[in-house]
Each structure stands twice: as C-alpha cells, then as structure tokens.
Design a binder for this molecule. Structure first.
Ligand SMILES: NC(=[NH2+])NCCC[C@H](N)C(=O)O
Ligand SMILES: [Mn+2]
Ligand SMILES: [Mn+2]
Length: 329
C-alpha cells in the first residue's frame, strides 16, 4: 500500500485512502424550508470559481458530474404535510438519492464536499458518509455541526414544520418516520449517529423543545456565550478533545452560524454570530486534525438580501477553502 499523497498545502486525512481526491455533490434543493432560493446556491458558489481554486490552489483531483442536482425524477406529484412536517416525501426522496451519491464517494476513500441546498440535506450527507466510512474503516464518524440553530427538533417539538430544523433528530434516531424508512436501512450498517459523537458550535437560537433534548441527551454544545467566554481557540480545543484523535469527522457548516454582517443572504439569520475569521478558524482547526472526511456548506440563499449575495458567497468559499487545507502562510 503506497502512502497517501497530499494536495499542495493540505494535511492528508488519516481516514481516507485518497485524501487528495475530492467528491463534489451540488444539491439544488430548498424543500426543507419555505423560502425559495437555496436551490440556486450551488450555481452561485460554483460560478465564483470555487472548484478551480480547490484544484489549482489546493491540488485536489475533483470528481464532479458538472450537475446541480434537483432530483426532479424522484419528487412526488403531491406532498401533503405529515406529523406537521412540510414536504416530508420530497425531503425523504431527495436525501435518499443524495445519500447514495455521497456514499459512492465515501466508499472510494475520497473527501466529500456537498454544496446545498437547505440543511435538511444533511440527512443524506451524514448517512451516506457514515455508511461509506464505516464499511471502509470500521469506524463511526463524529459530526461537528456549526450553526446558529441545533436542527434537532422532532416533528412534534417543531413550531415551523420545516424539516431543515430536524435533520439531527432523524440522524440520531430521536425522530423516526415511516416516510424515512430508507434511513433505517442506510444506517443499519454503522448504527445511528450517537449524540455523544455530535458537537455543536455557534448556537444562539434554540427552540424550547430542542433545549430539553440537548439537556436530556447531554449533547456537547458550544454556544456563542461559550465563544465569548473562552474565545474560539479554547472552544475548538475543547470541541476536538471531546471527539478525540481517532475519529473521522464530518463537518456540517450552516452559513447562518456566521453573523448576518458576514453572511446576510440566508433564510433564518440570527444576529450575534461568528465573525468570518472565527468561522474560517473553526474550519482550519478541523482541517488540522487530519480527521476530516466530509464537509457540507448549506443555507446560502442568493435570492435573499441581494446586496449581500457576494459577501455571503465569498464567505462560503472561504469556509470551504479553509476546511480543505488552505493556510494563511
Ligand atoms: N437549518 C436551519 N437554518 N434551521 C433553522 C431552524 C429554525 C427553527 N429551529 C425551526 O425548527 O424551524
Ligand atoms: Mn441555522
Ligand atoms: Mn442548520
């Protein structure tokens, strides 16, 4: 077995057989919430030259089908609410298809980058990565969820019925539904995501029912309060210590973790968030572990706050570059 080769500046990931190969999946989906626009995010991110930067600056070999997937062939003709969830069948079918795409990259031992789309798509990405990594390395992944929100509502605790507020509940098995039967099968290999293998960073807008779940499950969560108190450096030390060095990491980055000053074009902005530099720092630290196996960038909405689109897209590009090994010096 030959030693894995690293991209120009990036640290080769310990858990990938091809750390310099990057699978890219572009997901044009907005059905996990009610504001149109997140389906246009991948095109905005791609046309800013993100992939060229990843190949020429960072040295990745890209595996991308040059398609922004809308999954129109699997979308149902009618999709009535179910247990209060909006578009349940659409979310289920899209995330099922996405899970397979992501799994194909993960099982080859590539790094996987998914450009959303709203955050409901993480049901597909995390399940696909978990299965691929488990089959290849026999290890369970950890998830670092960077977000203003916890996205751990069950259909019953959710006030909005938007599934982008529920992906963590489905991934952990705190919520189950017969419409998401495929998820039980996909996660049968590695088991559901354990709440002990989940770390939140950037939280500041948590629903009452979610607070109860976080407390009851003892989830490791770093809110903006913790970042103010300890500084982002200490918070990252604590977050990564909780995960440990021998665990593959999936980084799911919701752009609304950043303060709206840096990322205004997003559907559920919350003031008092991370600076862009803090967001980049989180990504740099995760990269430095050498444990990263996948990243999602979600909730960019080019149809909102039109004066802020460029800033939001640039912020997104910067986060991805940092997670994939760009360095300041
Ligand atoms: N991925 C997101 N931006 N989620 C926002 C969720 C907001 C709220 N907690 C809800 O359940 O609807
Ligand atoms: Mn959010
Ligand atoms: Mn989110």
């Amino acid at each position: 077995m030959s030693a894995p080769t690293a991209p120009t500046t990036a640290i080769p990931s310990k858990f990938l057989s091809h750390p310099d190969h990057l699978g890219v999946v572009a997901v044009g989906f907005s059905g996990g919430q009610c504001k149109p626009g997140t389906e246009a995010a991948p095109t905005a991110l791609l046309s800013s030259g993100l992939l060229t930067q990843l190949s020429s600056d960072l040295g990745y070999t890209l595996h991308h089908d040059d398609t922004v997937h809308t999954y129109s062939s699997v979308l149902p003709a009618s999709d009535p609410p179910h247990r209060g969830m909006k578009n349940p069948l659409s979310v289920s079918r899209v995330t099922e298809a996405l899970s397979k795409q992501v799994y194909e990259h993960a099982k080859e031992g590539r790094m996987v980058l998914t450009l959303g789309g709203d955050h409901s798509i993480a049901i597909g990405t995390v399940s696909g990565v978990a299965r691929g990594v488990k089959e290849r390395t026999n290890k369970d992944i950890s998830v670092i969820w960077v977000d203003a929100h916890a996205d751990i509502n069950t259909p019953e605790t959710s006030d909005s019925g938007n599934v982008h507020g529920m992906p963590v509940a489905f991934l952990t098995g705190l919520a189950r539904d017969e419409k998401f039967g495929w998820l039980d099968e996909t996660m049968a290999v590695g088991g559901r995501l354990s709440t002990r293998k989940l770390v939140y960073i950037g939280l500041r807008d948590i629903d009452r029912g979610e607070k109860e779940i976080l407390r009851r499950e003892g989830v490791r969560a770093f809110s903006m309060h913790d970042i103010d108190r300890h500084g982002i450096g200490k918070v990252m030390d604590m977050a990564l210590a909780h995960i440990g060095a021998d665990t593959p990491i999936h980084l799911s980055f919701d752009v609304d973790a950043l303060d709206p000053q840096w990322a205004p074009s997003t559907g559920t902005p919350v003031r008092g968030g991370l600076t862009l530099r803090e967001g980049d720092f989180i990504c740099e630290c995760v990269h430095e572990t050498g444990s990263l196996v996948a990243m999602d960038l979600v909730e960019v909405n080019p149809m909102l706050e039109e004066q802020g689109i460029d800033a939001t897209v640039r912020a997104g590009v910067s986060l991805v570059r940092c997670a994939l090994g760009d360095t300041l010096l």
